[in-house]
Design a binder for this molecule. Structure first.
Ligand code: IDP
Length: 152
């Protein structure tokens, strides 16, 4: 049995999703490159077609939003890439790199601003997800990478 690879609890981690639109467009390498040249480290990485069950748990805070069914359709429309990223203040840092939710309004230089388009679909298709707080990061990493997380 291989020893499970565990995350260092003294370091900060965030969950990044390279969403199905970005995977389909071949943007995975560009997004991972930006993360690495910033100085963050990749600690877990998988290509996965997410189930609606997993996505419902991931986006539970939005479950009463009118766009929730469309968000699940979008996020389950094809494979995505889930990544655990490690670094000092990486949660806040990746949110800055990502840019704001609507790619039309996201600043140039950000991932969404440079790579995102306004698809005018019921769910905003915006290339990437990044955890928005330490609590969300812990919860999301446990959902997507249970094999990397210590359980007491
Ligand atoms: P964030 O991804 O920028 O943190 P959230 O508000 O957490 O934004 O929303 C989660 C995801 O739901 C967004 O990334 C986007 O794909 C989608 N979304 C957010 N707001 C809307 C909306 O008003 N209409 C359609 N889709 C939305």
């Amino acid at each position: 049995m291989p020893t499970p690879e565990l995350l260092d609890p003294d370091k900060e981690h965030t969950l990044v999703l390279i969403k199905p639109d970005a995977y389909e467009r071949g943007l995975t390498g560009e997004i991972l490159r930006r993360i690495e040249v910033k100085g963050y480290r990749l600690k877990g990485l998988k290509v996965k077609k997410a189930s609606r069950e997993l996505l419902t748990a991931h986006y539970v805070e939005h479950k009463d939003q009118p766009f929730f069914p469309a968000l699940l359709d979008y996020m389950s429309s094809g494979p995505l890439v889930a990544v655990v990223v490690e670094g000092d203040r990486v949660i806040e840092g990746f949110r800055t790199m990502m840019g704001q939710t609507n790619p039309t309004l996201a600043a140039p230089g950000t991932i969404r601003g440079d790579l995102g388009r306004d698809w005018k679909t019921p769910a905003v298709q915006n290339v990437v997800h990044g955890s928005d707080s330490p609590t969300s990061a812990d919860r999301e990493i446990a959902l997507w990478f249970p094999e990397l997380v210590f359980k007491d």
